[in-house]
Design a protein around this ligand. Structure first.
Ligand code: FES
Length: 403
């Protein structure tokens, strides 16, 4: 089931978003609109639209940047002060968004609201999903703090594995259901994207930034002074006849949309289908960590190695790390660097002989068992072997959190 939610469903959502989005763009281009209701009641819209759009844009950027630049994000978040400032800023933006979406929903609730008259069932579904998304995000930030840190070692590897078409959900399947639901509802938003007015994000009028200002003058029909503008428009429909050349052009664009959508679906659909059918396994590769003699008995050191499926464009993210402990002449143990609570990287404190998780205070003994704090189980370990005097580690995806 988790394979479905964290591997198949994201691909289904993305495939539909791309295919239906392209189809709609080429065949029904003029339905790409936010169906602005600004003319209906501007004041209420302001209190919802401004906090929502500013808040959600910044939050999306904050989610995307660590995903695209994980190495830089790790450096930035490695400092406790910066982490605290970013965490508080994120919570403030989340609350700002909650206020915005609440106002956007509230303005459509009254029966006599003009905005309600133009609200479709899909609008309600979208508003509720978006409301859940921001509420759950704020809840996670409040109750599972330091999300910026553990997001890097849980969601980021999973999302990058989806993009690289080597899906691997091991880092998220053990997270608390509440956090999982936040990830899944994010993909529900993507799924709803081409079916709702959300498509307007691709119709952002950037040219407004540099075009000369324009003066808008009301031009109401004097015969219908009492009716709202949309009712006036509806009261005097003027169908525009299409000429054959226009029909042909539209047919061509529709076919083009289907073709591009089909190719996109194949690109993301075939690898994910192969993975789900078991035709494609996540590879396990032995990686050399160094000569056995370079590790001292009784010491724990950090070792880094390439993950099993590095891609040419992975850059620094192809490297992963573990804690290696030499127990005896031929005995080595390699611990996962990720805490079993929410996946934050644990640190080795040589003076205390303990692993410490900086996120929520989890502590592990030198053998990886839990000493205190929220981690529910010992640190995961990698298989290790000695070969020709070299220490090797089996790089395989580890379920790093609670399962
Ligand atoms: S991630 Fe919460 S204690 Fe480690």
């Amino acid at each position: 089931m988790q394979d479905f939610f964290f591997i198949a469903f994201p691909y289904i959502a993305l495939t539909l978003a791309v295919c239906v989005g392209l189809y709609r763009y080429f065949s029904h281009r003029f339905t790409y609109s936010s169906l602005s209701s600004q003319l209906l009641e501007k004041r209420q819209l302001f209190w919802g639209s401004v906090p929502w759009h500013y808040g959600i844009t910044l939050i999306l950027i904050a989610h995307l940047l660590p995903w695209i630049f994980p190495g830089a994000a790790r450096t930035v978040l490695g400092n406790q002060t910066r982490l605290a400032v970013l965490e508080l800023t994120g919570i403030a933006l989340g609350v700002y968004c909650v206020f915005g979406i609440a106002a956007l929903i509230a303005r459509r609730l009254p029966n006599d609201s003009p905005a309600r008259a133009v609200t479709s069932p899909m609008d309600w579904i979208l508003l509720l999903v978006l409301a859940y998304q921001v509420l759950s995000g704020v809840g996670i930030a409040l109750f599972e703090r330091w999300g910026a840190a553990w997001y890097l070692s849980t969601a980021v590897p999973w999302l990058r594995s989806l993009v690289s078409l080597h899906p691997d959900a091991a880092t998220v399947t053990g997270l608390p259901v509440f956090i999982q639901s936040h990830f899944i509802s994010g993909f529900v938003v993507i799924l709803l994207f081409p079916f709702t007015r959300l498509v307007h994000v691709f119709a952002i009028p950037f040219e407004y930034l540099w075009r000369p200002y324009q003066v808008v003058i009301w031009n109401r029909d004097p015969q219908l002074p009492q009716l709202p503008v949309l009712h006036q428009i509806a009261a005097s429909p003027r169908p525009i006849p299409l000429n054959p050349a226009e029909v042909q052009r539209r047919q061509l664009l529709t076919r083009l949309g289907i073709l591009v959508g089909g190719i996109s679906a194949a690109i993301v659909g075939i690898p994910s289908l192969a993975f789900l059918l078991g035709l494609r396994k996540v590879p396990e590769v032995w990686r050399t960590l160094g000569a056995a003699d370079s590790f001292q008995i009784g010491h724990t050191v950090e070792v880094s190695f390439l993950d099993p499926t590095p891609l040419p464009w992975s850059g620094v993210t192809a490297k992963t790390a573990a804690w290696l402990r030499r127990e005896g002449p031929d005995q080595f143990v390699a611990f996962s660097i990720n805490c079993t609570h929410l996946g934050c990287p644990v640190r080795w404190l040589p003076n205390a002989n303990l692993f410490m998780c900086p996120c929520h205070g989890g502590v592990f003994y030198k053998d990886g068992t839990v000493a205190s704090g929220p981690p529910p189980k010992p640190l995961a370990t990698y298989p290790v072997r000695l070969r020709d005097g070299m220490v090797e580690i089996l790089t395989t995806p580890l379920p790093i959190t609670t399962v």
